[in-house]
Design a protein around this ligand. Structure first.
Ligand code: BGC
Ligand code: BGC
Length: 536
C-alpha cells in the first residue's frame, strides 16, 4: 500500500460529502450516514442501492479494498423510513432484560443488512449522571453495572457469534470515555438552537472516579468482542478525550486489550486544537485514533495526513497500526469475500417479527411510577376511556431524536402504531380521543389518560436546565379531571422529568421513548401484560 492508500483507509467521510469521484487519491476507507443522512428517496431499496454503488466504486480502485459503511442504528435502523423503531436505550435499561436487548440488537442488525449496511455506531454505553443532559435517553442507566450488562448484550446481538455470518453488524461502544459525566455549564459547544449546557463539556472528577464510573461498560464490550470504539467529544480535566493518548492507547488498547479500531466522533478531532489544521490531526492520531470521522473536508484531511507522515510528525508505525486494525476488522467481517449483504431483503425492514420484539420491549420498559388501588391496569371490560395529549397519536413524538432525522420531529414521520391506535384496536368504541381534550359538554368516562411528552431532540439540543414538561400538555390534566373518575398520566420522555401537578394523578406511567410499537404500552395499561419496568 502506498502512504496515500493507507491514509485513505483511516478516512471516514459523510455520504453527503461524496461529490468527488470515488477513485485514486481520494478514495476512502469508510462512508457514513449521519443522523438523517438518507438517500433522496428514503426506501430500503434506495438505501441498499446507494451503499452498493459506493461499494462497487471502492472495489474498482487499485487495491479493491471494500469500504465499511457506518450508521447510527441506535434504536433500530432508525434513519430508514419503515424500519422498526425500538425503545431508546433508557427504556431498554428499564427492562433490565439483557436477553431482550440482545434480540433487539440482532433485529437491528438484520434490518441494517437489508439496507446494505454492516456497521452500527452503537451501543451507546454512556452512564448518564446528570439527567439534564440531552443524551440521557441514549444511555441505558445511571448505574454502571446495568450499562455494562445491557451494553454487552447489544454487542452480542449486533455481532452474532461470528462477524462474517449473514445479518451481523460490527458494533461500536461509544463515546469513550465519560460522556455522561460532564458538569453542568462546562460545555463550550453549540448546535442549531444555541449553546449546549452539558453535552461535550468537561468531566470534573479525578481519573480514579472517571474510570470507576465509565470504564466497566467498555471492558464488558471488549470482552464481548466489540470491534470498534468511538471517542467522546467531552473533556477530562486533562483536555479533550480525542487527543488523550493515556486514555485511548494506554487504557483502552493497552489495559483493556482492545484489538479493534478507534474512530473519532463527527468533526471531533477539530476540537482538540481549535483553529489549527494539522495539529489536531497529529495529536489525535498519535493519541490512538485509527479512523477519523472527518466528516466532509476529506481532501484537506488526506493531504494533511500525508504531509504529517512525510515529515515524520506522525510515525509510520502508528499509521501501519491504524490501517492494520481497520483492515483486520474488514477481514473479520468477511467484506473481502462478500462486500455486500444479500440483495432483495427489503421486506425484512419493519417486519412483523421485529415489530413483535419491539412491542415486547415497550411493554417491559414501561414503569408504573404510581397507582391508586383499582386504577391500573384498566380492566378493559366495558370501561369508558378518554385519551388526550399531543403525544397520544404521534409516531414522531413517541420515537424521539435519532428517528428519520438527527433531531427527530413530531408527526407521521414513519409507520407504526401510536398509543391512540393501539388503545383503539383494543377498546373500540369505548375509547374517545381528542388531542386537546376538547370533549363535548357532558362527557363522562371511567378513566382519562393524558399523555404528556417531551418533544424530540438529540445531543446538546436537549440539554435542559429545567426538565419541565410542556405546559400545553400539563394543562390538559385540568381539562380532563372533571370528566373522569380516575386520571392516568403517561409520560413520554427521554429522562425523568419534574412532574409537578402531574404527580397528583391517580396513576402515572413512565413510558420513555417507546418507538413505533406503542401496542406494548397498551398491553400494560390494559393489564394484558404486567408492568415489569423499573427506573434505570
Ligand atoms: C454523535 C455520534 C454519532 C455521529 C454520527 C455525532 O454527533 O455524537 O454519536 O455517531 O454524530 O452521526
Ligand atoms: C448530523 C449528525 C451529527 C451532527 C453533529 C448532523 O448534521 O446529521 O449525524 O451527529 O450533525 O453535529
Amino acid at each position: 500500500m502506498t502512504n496515500t492508500e493507507k491514509n485513505v483507509q483511516t478516512t471516514q467521510i459523510c455520504k453527503n460529502a461524496t461529490d468527488h469521484a470515488i477513485s485514486g487519491a481520494y478514495a476512502r476507507g469508510s462512508i457514513l450516514s449521519g443522523g438523517g443522512g438518507c438517500p433522496s428517496l428514503n426506501t430500503p431499496q434506495a438505501w441498499y442501492d446507494m451503499v452498493n454503488a459506493y461499494q462497487q466504486a471502492a472495489l474498482g480502485t487499485r487495491l479493491g479494498i471494500p469500504i465499511i459503511y457506518g450508521i447510527d442504528a441506535v434504536h433500530g435502523n432508525n434513519n430508514v423510513a419503515g424500519a422498526t423503531i425500538f425503545p431508546q436505550n433508557i427504556g431498554m435499561g428499564a427492562t433490565n432484560h439483557p436477553a431482550l436487548e440482545q434480540q433487539v440488537c440482532a433485529a437491528t442488525a438484520l434490518e441494517m443488512n437489508a439496507t446494505g449496511i454492516r456497521w452500527d455506531f452503537g451501543p451507546v454505553v454512556a452512564v448518564p449522571q446528570d439527567i439534564r443532559w440531552g443524551r440521557t435517553y441514549e444511555g441505558y442507566s445511571e448505574n454502571t453495572d446495568l450499562v455494562s450488562k445491557i451494553g454487552a448484550a447489544c454487542v452480542r446481538g449486533l455481532q452474532g457469534s461470528s462477524l462474517s455470518a449473514d445479518n451481523t453488524s460490527a458494533a461500536t461502544a461509544k463515546h469513550f470515555i465519560g460522556d455522561g459525566g460532564t458538569a453542568f455549564g462546562t460545555s463550550t459547544a453549540s448546535g442549531p438552537t444555541g449553546p449546549y449546557l452539558l453535552d461535550q463539556g468537561v468531566d470534573q472528577m479525578d481519573e480514579a472516579t472517571l474510570l470507576k464510573l465509565f470504564l466497566p461498560p467498555y471492558q464488558a464490550a471488549v470482552t464481548n468482542g466489540v470491534r470498534i470504539v468511538m471517542t467522546s467529544y467531552s473533556s477530562t480535566t486533562a483536555g479533550k478525550v480525542h487527543g488523550d493518548k493515556h486514555l485511548i492507547t494506554d487504557i483502552l488498547k493497552g489495559q483493556l486489550v482492545f484489538t479493534g479500531f478507534v474512530i473519532s466522533d463527527w468533526g471531533g478531532i477539530d476540537q482538540v486544537v481549535p483553529g489549527s489544521c494539522s495539529a489536531p490531526v497529529a495529536q489525535s492520531i498519535h493519541a490512538g485514533i485509527d479512523m477519523v470521522m472527518v466528516p466532509t473536508d476529506y481532501v484537506r484531511f488526506i493531504t494533511t495526513m500525508k504531509s504529517l507522515v512525510q515529515a515524520g510528525t506522525i510515525k509510520q508505525d502508528r499509521i501501519d497500526d491504524a490501517v492494520t486494525r481497520i483492515l483486520g476488522v474488514k477481514f473479520e467481517m468477511g467484506l473481502f469475500e462478500k462486500p455486500m449483504p444479500a440483495a432483495g431483503k427489503e421486506s425484512e425492514v419493519g417486519s412483523a417479527s421485529d415489530r413483535a420484539i419491539a412491542r415486547q420491549a415497550v411493554a417491559e420498559s414501561a414503569v408504573l411510577l404510581k397507582t391508586s388501588p383499582n386504577v391500573l391496569p384498566i380492566a378493559a371490560s366495558g370501561k369508558k376511556v378518554l385519551l388526550a395529549g399531543q403525544g397520544a397519536d404521534d409516531i414522531g413524538i413517541q420515537s424521539g431524536g435519532w428517528t428519520i432525522t438527527w433531531q427527530g420531529s413530531a408527526g407521521q414521520i414513519t409507520s407504526g402504531t401510536t398509543l391512540q391506535g393501539a388503545l383503539n384496536a383494543k377498546l373500540g368504541d369505548n375509547l374517545t380521543y381528542d388531542r386537546n381534550a376538547a370533549f363535548p359538554a357532558g362527557t363522562k368516562a371511567d378513566i382519562g389518560i393524558v399523555v404528556v411528552a417531551e418533544r424530540p431532540y438529540a445531543e446538546g439540543v436537549g440539554d435542559s436546565s429545567t426538565l419541565a414538561l410542556p405546559n400545553e400538555d400539563v394543562a390538559l390534566l385540568a381539562k380532563m379531571r372533571p370528566l373522569v373518575n380516575k386520571l392516568v398520566v403517561v409520560v413520554i420522555s427521554g429522562r425523568p422529568m419534574v412532574l409537578g401537578d402531574v404527580a397528583s394523578a391517580d396513576a402515572v406511567v413512565e413510558a420513555w421513548l417507546p418507538g413505533t410499537e406503542a401496542t406494548g404500552l397498551a398491553d400494560v395499561l390494559l393489564g394484558d401484560k404486567p408492568f415489569l419496568g423499573t427506573t434505570p
